[in-house]
Design a protein around this ligand. Sequence first.
Ligand code: AMP
Length: 304
Amino acid sequence: MSVLVVGSIALDTVKTPVEEHSDLLGGSASYAALAASFFSPVKLVGIVGSDFPESEFDFWKTRKIDRGGVQRVNGKTFRWSGEYSWDLNTRETRSVALNVFEHFKPNLPESYRKTDFVLLANIAPSLQSHVLDQMERPRFVAADTMDLWIETTRKDLDALLPRIDLLILNDGESREITKETSLIKAGRQIRKMGPRYVAIKKGEHGALLFGEDEFFSCGAYPLEDIHDPTGAGDTFAGGIAGYLAGTVSTVHFTDLRKAMIYGSVLASFAVEAFSLERLRMLSLEEINQRYEMFKLMSQFEVST
Ligand code: AMP
């Protein structure tokens, strides 16, 4: 089955303590779509300007990423710039230029409306809801969000939550949305706001997954060299959604546990280079090798 991915498509400028690069391909949908495409065909929804590189469309074609839902309009592509602190854990947004994104209204092609799996990658919750309004009963809907929407469009976010199956957010965001310091309490409380499952990302410390009476905790893949953490969260979400779409028809908690590991594996590759460069060169074999390593590292009872 395929997965519909909607989100931002951007040109990013990223500064780390050692390097700075501008006009890199970025955006929540770019990362999520490429991550998902390792497991299932992707139907991409977004908007770009006339300055967006044509070569990217050709690349998507080679990866079963259907760009039929990507509007190309006159004007400049959405631009975002961020700067990381020395430990690469905290980031400050330096500038945002919405450009063509300002008037983005995602209208789905007819052929997209019956897609079974949906990933509402990070964009305004009102736009995420607008996409769902056009879908014909998808089997599974995952959504990502960010602090900006919790702070500025809380009502829209609250309206979206009962319509989705899985909410993916980071530790800080889950504390912000619930005003709880404990992530366990936060995860349980967010479930009561609507989503059947909640995944809380903890950066280099892994992620937590909450179901009705179920709980799962996984670590992050131990990396020595991180070059650019941008898009790790989007890649994690894309890996989860793509894995589910490509492997199961009805999602159970056990599937989500595996999907979380695949999402973590994909994210660990994404941060090894700037932009999507590492993901572009990645093979399914490398993904599976790291998945197996994850399994070995997480075992605590080993028969001798
Ligand atoms: P992450 O590192 O997973 O939080 O995602 C970073 C990506 O999100 C960058 O490539 C940005 O282009 C994109 N981004 C930043 N701000 C926004 C926003 N307000 N809406 C949608 N996408 C954004």
